[in-house]
Design a protein around this ligand. Structure first.
Ligand code: MLT
Ligand code: MN
Ligand code: ZN
Length: 299
């Protein structure tokens, strides 16, 4: 399989339109620091048959800027767009509205995510006059047969019941927020994509150990970052993102694992947005790194 990184920023992107924090100001001064909203494209045995993991607000620019994701020469349109969702957050779903010019959109997601995207954001009602939208159930990892999408086996590992703010009063469910497990039956390799990690679990630990490449929530570098930078009164964990460093952070749990691990979904307050930040070296000592925009991983 081939995995193409289309973006690595948390909601708002880097820079965020209304923000002049050091990270956003730095990205305006140094365009190489700009990051689009986190999203991935995957293909399996056929390079022209791919799917997206999440539909970010930047989706049209993301597809246009990658030649292999544009319509083939000789075809007037990309016939079908396939999207697999990790959750129902706006930074992972608003792009579905931007795909309305598609002839057909196929979406895979878990049950609570489907409900949020129909009962709360009425995406089917809005998009149906424009395009053929088909919803598919995304099977939970370890429970039943994974979905086969673009020749790859895809399932959702439940991570937490963190609901988007617009659906905060919806009932609890373990698969509001998930990690995508993508397995290539041809090569036997696996990737894991978890851009919103609210809590660690044994299930996640096992999935990371069994993956050749992991893209993991790197929203905040430490627990106090949201409060210190003034964007929230809550800690990173309280905002549904376990931080990278510190006793409750993900880094110390990860350095024991084998495959390649990249942090993604960086918030604009995250000092790691600056390539000269000393935190990069601390991660490198643990065998960890921050995902680069437009990075390609072949597994
Ligand atoms: C998150 O990652 O916590 C959400 O996307 C935040 C938001 O956009 O409200
Ligand atoms: Mn987000
Ligand atoms: Zn900012």
């Amino acid at each position: 399989m081939l995995l193409r990184v289309l973006g690595t920023a948390a909601g708002g992107g880097l820079p965020q339109w209304n923000c002049a924090c050091p990270g956003c100001a730095g990205a305006r001064r140094h365009p190489s620091r700009r990051r689009l909203h986190d999203s991935l494209a995957f293909h399996g045995p056929r390079p022209d048959t791919w799917f997206l993991a999440n539909a970010s607000p930047d989706i049209a620019e993301q597809l246009e800027s990658h030649p292999s994701l544009r319509p083939d020469d000789g075809n007037t349109r990309t016939p079908v767009v396939r999207v697999v969702l990790t959750d129902a957050e706006l930074d992972h779903t608003l792009g579905l509205l931007r795909l309305r010019e598609a002839a057909e959109i196929e979406v895979w997601c878990t049950e609570p995510v489907h409900k949020a995207l129909n009962a709360r954001l009425p995406l089917t009602d809005i998009l149906s006059p424009y395009t053929a939208l088909t919803w598919h159930d995304l099977p939970l990892a370890g429970a039943g047969t994974p979905a086969t999408i673009a020749g790859l086996h895809v399932s959702a590992l439940p991570l937490s019941d963190k609901r988007p703010r617009y659906a905060a009063d919806e009932p609890s469910h373990p698969a509001w927020s998930t990690a995508l497990k993508v397995h290539d039956p041809g090569t036997g390799t696996s990737a894991l994509y978890a851009p919103a990690l609210a809590a660690w679990s044994d299930l996640l630990d096992g999935a990371i150990a069994g993956s050749d490449c992991v893209l993991l929530d790197g929203t905040f570098v430490d627990e106090d970052e949201p409060r210190r930078t003034g964007i929230s009164q809550r800690t990173a964990s309280e905002m549904g993102h376990i931080p990278i460093s510190g006793p409750e952070g993900s880094a110390h749990r990860l350095h024991r694992t084998g495959g390649q691990i990249h942090y993604t979904h960086l918030n604009n307050t995250n000092p790691l947005g600056d390539p000269a930040a000393p935190e990069h070296e601390q991660l490198a000592d643990l065998g960890l790194r921050v995902a680069e925009e437009r990075m390609v991983v072949t597994l």
